[in-house]
Design a protein around this ligand. Structure first.
Ligand code: C2E
Ligand code: CA
Ligand code: CA
Length: 778
C-alpha cells in the first residue's frame, strides 16, 4: 500500500466516522439525516475505492472474484447516491428506486464467485459442488425467511418481494463465498473473513432496516445506522487484500473436501428446523409460506440427488481402480511391448539389459559374467517404406520380428528398439566365435526373400553390430552405444555384414575419459549452473519450477544425459547433488529477497545421494542455512530408482523432514501402481515419452489417462512433462491433469529470466499472505 493510499484511506475513514459521531448527538432531525447519509456515502465510496485497488493488484487469474466485489461495492455506492437524491427530494416510497441498486449487487457477486469457483473444478467435482451450493443457499434462505418475515403478513406484493429479495441477495452472496473457499481449497485469511462479515453485515442490516421502515420505527442518528458503514468498510478492506488461489498443500485440500462433505447434512438440518418453525406458527407470512416450503423441499431433493451422484462417482472410481488392478498386466503390456511386432519395446529392453548387466557384474569368472548385445538394422528399409507405403513396411517389420525370433530358436531376448532396428540380448554367451556364428546365421536368414502380399518377393538384407559386457563396455548404456558404433562400422564397410565393437570405432571412448577427468574439477572451476523450467497449472499460472543442472566445458554445453550418468558412476553425483541443492536454496532466498513470489522448486535427486548416511539431515541443514522452508522444495526421484524397497525408509525421513517428494519419469520403470500407496510421495511426473505421442498413440493416451485417474484416487498430484503442443495440453487437461511442464510454455531459463517472465512480485502489504509457501506450510 502506497503512502498516498494510506493517507487517503485514513482521512476518508476519519471523515466518515466524524459524520457518524456528529449525527448521534445532533438535536436537529434534518441535520441528523444529512449526517447519516453523508457518513454512509463516504463509507460506501471508500469501500468501492479499496475494492478497486484490490482489483488492480489481483493477478489476472484471480480477477473474476475481484470484479464481482468491485461491481458489488460500486452498486452499493451508486445506490446510496440515488438514495441521497430521494432524501433531497423528500420522496420516500417503499420499495424505492435505490433498492434496485442495492439488490442487484448480491446476485451479481454470487454469480461471479460461482464462475470463479466452477472454472477451477473438474467435471466430476462440479456436479456435487453445484448441488451443495444450491442446497446450502436455499436452506439458509428458507431459515432466514422463517425467522425474519413479520408473522402478521406483508402489505403488498412489492413490499413482500423487497423483504424476501434482501436476504436472498446478500445471504446468497455470503453463502456462496463461504462455500467457495473450501471448494476451491483456498487458505482462509483475514481478508476472506472480512469480506464474509461485510456481506453478512450488509444483509442483516438491510433486513433490519426494511423491517423498521415498515414498522415506522426508523430514526436518523441511531447507533444501528453505523452497521452499514462497518459492513462496507469490512468488505472493502477484505477485497483490497483478498487472494483466491488454491492452496498447494494436498493435505489441506483433502481436509477442505472433508468439510464440504458435511454441507448437505447441515443444509438438511437447517431445512428441517425451518419446517418445524413454519408448522409451529403457520399463520401469517402470507404468500411466502409456499416459497419457504418449496425451498425446504428443494434442499432435500438436492441433497438426495447429490448423494446419488456421489455414490455413482464412488462406484465409478472403485470400478476404475479394480479395472486398473485387473488390467495391470495389460497396462504393463501396453507400456512395454511394441504394438506392431508384439516384441518387447525399447523400455522393456533397456530395463532387461540393465538388470542383466547388474546380475553379470556380480560374477567374477567365466561366461556368467558376460552379456552380449547384437544390434540389427535392416538395409534399405526406408526405400521399401517409401515405395510401397507404410502398410507394407509395417507388415515387413512384423515378419522380420518373427523371423529373428525363429532364427534365434530360444536363445536370447529379441526386442524392437526403434523403426527398423532390432536388438538381441544374450546372457552368458559362450565365446566370440559362437556369437559370430549366430550373427552370420541371422544375417543369412534375413537376406532370404520376403514374401509380401500385394508386392511379391522383396530382397532386403540387414547389418549387425555386436558389443560385450564387460569386455568392451562398463555398463548397459555403454553396451548399447558400442553396439551402435559396431553397427555403424558394419554398415560403412559393407551392408549385410556384422562387426564386433573395437575401441578404435569411436572417438567416444577417449572423449568420455576426458570428460570424466574434467568432471572431477568442474565443481571447483565453477562450471555448473542451474536453470529453471516453470511448471504451470491449467490456467497457466506458475505453480512450480524444476531446477536443471547445466555444465559447460570451455564454453560448450555438455548435455545432462551425458554427464549425469558419468557423475553417478564415479560417485561424484554426491557432491554435485549437494551443490545443486544448495544452489537452488540460495536461489530461492535470492528471489525472495528480490521481492518475487517463489513457487515450489523441484530438485532432481539421484538415489546414490539418498543412500549417503545423513542425507536428510544434510539437506535440512542447507535449507536452514538459507532460511528456506523444506516445504518449498520437492525432491524428484526417478521411478526406476525407487523400485528398491530399501529406499522407502529414507524417502519417509525426507517426507517427515518436510520436503515434498515426486516420482520422476513415471511409467518408464515398472513399479506396480498399487505399490505407490506405500510410498510417501505427493506427486507423479508422467514421463515425457508418454506425453510425446499422446495425440497419435492410443496406448500412450490410455496410459496417461489411467495414471491421472489413479493418481486422483490416491490423492497424488500429476505433473505432465515434455508438453510441446497445444493439443497435448488440451488432452491432458481433459484427463484432469493439474500441472504441466514443457517447451509449449517455456524451456529451462536462467533465474533472472524465470523471475522476469514467470514469477510475480509480492506486494508489500501482502507479503505475509501472498507467498505461496508459508514457512509453516505442509
Ligand atoms: P528430467 O528430470 O526428466 O528433466 C526433464 C528434461 O526434459 C530436461 O532435460 C528438460 O530440459 C527436458 N524438457 C523439458 N521440456 C521438454 C519438452 O517439452 N520436450 C522435450 N523433449 N524435453 C523437454 P535436461 O535438462 O537435458 O535434463 C535431462 C535429465 O538430466 C533430467 O531429466 C534429469 O534426469 C537429469 N538431471 C538434470 N539436472 C539434474 C540434477 O541436478 N541432478 C540429477 N541427479 N539429475 C539431473
Ligand atoms: Ca526431473
Ligand atoms: Ca522427468
Amino acid at each position: 500500500m502506497s503512502l498516498a493510499e494510506r493517507i487517503l484511506s485514513v482521512v476518508w475513514l476519519g471523515a466518515a466516522t466524524l459524520m457518524f459521531a456528529a449525527s448521534l448527538g445532533m438535536p436537529d432531525a434534518s441535520v441528523r439525516v444529512f449526517l447519516d447519509n453523508a457518513s454512509w456515502s463516504l463509507a460506501f465510496w471508500l469501500s468501492a475505492y479499496w475494492a478497486w485497488r484490490g482489483w488492480v493488484q489481483a493477478p489476472p487469474g484471480q480477477r473474476t472474484v475481484h470484479t464481482g466485489l468491485l461491481v458489488f461495492a460500486l452498486l452499493v455506492a451508486v445506490g446510496q447516491m440515488v438514495w441521497n437524491l430521494q432524501v433531497a427530494l423528500d420522496w420516500n416510497p417503499f420499495p424505492t428506486p435505490a433498492d434496485a441498486f442495492f439488490l442487484l449487487g448480491g446476485p451479481l457477486l454470487a454469480a461471479t464467485v460461482i464462475r470463479a469457483t466452477f472454472t477451477r473444478l473438474s467435471r466430476d467435482r462440479a456436479y456435487p459442488a453445484a448441488l451443495d451450493f444450491g442446497g446450502a443457499v436455499l436452506a439458509a434462505l428458507a431459515f432466514t425467511l422463517v425467522v425474519y418475515l413479520p408473522a402478521e403478513g406483508v402489505r403488498s406484493l412489492a413490499v413482500g418481494a423487497v423483504l424476501v429479495l434482501y436476504p436472498a441477495g446478500f445471504l446468497t452472496a455470503a453463502g456462496v463465498t463461504a462455500l467457495a473457499i473450501p471448494t476451491v481449497g483456498v487458505r482462509v485469511t483475514r481478508s476472506h473473513l472480512l469480506v464474509l462479515a461485510g456481506l453478512l453485515g450488509y444483509g442483516l442490516s438491510w433486513m433490519h432496516w426494511n423491517l423498521m421502515v415498515i414498522g415506522g420505527q426508523l430514526q436518523s442518528g441511531m447507533w444501528f445506522n453505523a452497521s452499514f458503514s462497518l459492513s462496507a468498510v469490512a468488505l472493502g478492506w477484505g477485497a483490497r487484500w483478498l487472494g483466491f488461489d488454491t492452496a498447494e498443500d494436498a493435505d489441506f485440500r483433502r481436509r477442505c473436501d472433508r468439510v464440504m462433505n458435511y454441507v448437505p447434512l447441515v443444509s438438511m438440518t437447517l431445512a428441517a428446523i425451518t419446517l418445524v418453525l413454519l408448522f409451529l406458527a403457520p399463520e401469517g407470512r402470507a404468500g411466502v409460506q409456499a416459497l419457504i416450503l418449496a425451498c425446504c423441499l428443494l434442499v432435500l431433493l438436492l441433497a438426495a440427488l447429490r448423494q446419488t451422484i456421489v455414490v455413482s462417482l464412488l462406484n465409478r472410481l472403485r470400478t476404475a481402480e479394480a479395472a486398473v488392478l485387473r488390467n495391470e498386466e495389460e497396462l504393463y503390456r501396453v507400456a512395454h511391448f511394441d504394438a506392431l511386432t508384439g516384441l518387447p519395446n525399447r523400455r522393456y529392453f533397456e530395463d532387461a539389459l540393465e538388470r542383466a548387466v547388474a546380475e553379470a557384474a556380480r560374477h567374477t569368472q567365466g561366461a556368467n559374467r558376460r552379456v552380449a548385445l547384437m544390434l540389427i538394422d535392416l538395409d534399405h528399409f526406408k526405400s521399401v517404406n517409401e515405395t510401397y507405403g507404410h502398410r507394407v513396411g509395417d507388415a515387413l517389420l512384423s515378419e522380420v520380428g518373427q523371423r529373428i525370433t525363429q532364427l534365434l530358436a530360444g536363445q536370447g531376448l529379441v526386442s524392437r528398439l526403434a523403426n527398423d532396428q532390432f536388438t538381441v540380448m544374450l546372457l552368458r554367451p559362450a565365446s566370440r566365435t559362437d556369437l559370430a556364428q549366430l550373427a552370420a546365421t541371422l544375417l543369412e536368414g534375413l537376406a532370404q526373400p520376403w514374401e509380401l502380399s500385394e508386392v511379391g518377393a522383396q530382397y532386403m538384407g540387414a547389418s549387425l553390430g555386436i558389443s560385450l559386457f564387460p569386455d568392451d563396455s562398463a555398463n548397459s548404456v555403454e553396451l548399447v552405444r558400442h553396439a551402435h558404433s559396431a553397427l555403424h562400422a558394419a554398415k560403412s564397410a559393407a551392408r549385410g555384414s556384422y562387426r564386433f565393437y573395437i575401441e578404435e570405432f569411436t572417438e567416444v571412448t577417449r572423449s568420455r575419459l576426458e570428460l570424466r577427468r574434467r568432471l572431477h574439477s568442474a565443481l571447483e572451476r565453477g562450471e555448473f549452473t542451474l536453470v529453471y523450467q516453470p511448471q504451470l497449472d491449467q490456467q497457466r499460472h506458475t505453480v512450480g519450477a524444476e531446477a536443471l543442472l547445466r555444465w559447460s566445458v570451455d564454453g560448450k554445453a555438455v548435455p545432462p544425459d551425458e554427464f549425469i550418468p558419468l557423475a553417478e558412476e564415479g560417485g561424484l553425483i554426491v557432491p554435485i547433488g549437494l551443490w545443486v541443492f544448495e544452489a537452488a536454496c540460495q536461489q530461492v532466498a535470492q528471489w525472495r529477497a528480490g521481492g518475487w513470489q517463489v513457487p515450489v522448486i523441484s530438485v532432481n535427486v539421484s538415489t546414490i545421494q539418498m543412500r549417503e548416511p545423513g542425507f536428510a539431515q544434510a539437506l535440512l541443514a542447507l535449507t536452514a542455512r538459507h532460511g528456506v522452508p523444506p516445504a518449498g522444495l520437492v525432491l524428484e526421484i526417478t521411478e526406476s530408482q525407487l523400485l528398491d524397497e530399501s529406499l522407502y525408509g529414507i524417502a519417509l525421513d525426507l517426507k517427515n523432514a518436510g520436503f515434498g517428494l515426486s516420482i520422476d519419469d513415471f511409467g518408464t520403470g515398472h513399479s506396480s501402481l498399487i505399490k505407490l500407496r506405500r510410498l510417501p510421495v505427493g506427486e507423479l511426473k508422467i514421463d515425457k515419452i508418454f506425453v510425446r505421442d499422446i495425440v497419435h498413440d492410443v496406448n500412450d493416451r490410455e496410459i496417461c489417462a489411467t495414471v491421472n485417474a489413479l493418481a486422483r484416487t490416491l490423492g497424488l498430484e500429476v505433473v505432465a512433462e515434455g508438453v510441446e503442443t497445444q493439443e497435448q495440453f488440451d488432452l491432458l487437461v481433459r484427463m484432469g491433469c493439474q500441472r504441466f511442464q514443457g517447451w509449449l510454455f517455456a524451456p529451462a531459463l536462467t533465474p533472472a529470466l524465470l523471475a522476469e517472465r514467470w514469477l510475480q512480485r509480492v506486494e508489500a502489504g501482502e507479503a505475509a499472505t501472498a507467498s505461496s509457501v508459508a514457512p509453516d506450510g505442509a
